[in-house]
Design a protein around this ligand. Structure first.
Ligand SMILES: [Zn+2]
Ligand SMILES: [Zn+2]
Length: 64
């Protein structure tokens, strides 16, 4: 039985995090290290948010 042998772990270069899936590592890097984040730009000011929901609450707080 060779369960999980030969799994190529994707090691985060910035911490000890390992992920089986490269996509999970990409997501981790965005969350933990702000790498490869597609920032959502506020249309009303210079504010940037990682997530649309965060941007929406920013707009509600500051621009309504
Ligand atoms: Zn990391
Ligand atoms: Zn704004």
């Amino acid at each position: 039985m060779k369960h999980n042998f030969g799994v190529k772990w994707n090691q985060c270069p910035h911490c000890d995090y390992k992920a089986k899936l490269n996509s999970a590592l990409t997501q981790h890097k965005a969350n933990a290290h702000n790498i490869g984040v597609k920032w959502k730009q506020c249309p009303h000011c210079e504010h940037k948010a990682k997530q649309t929901s965060t941007l929406n609450s920013h707009i509600k707080c500051h621009h309504t």
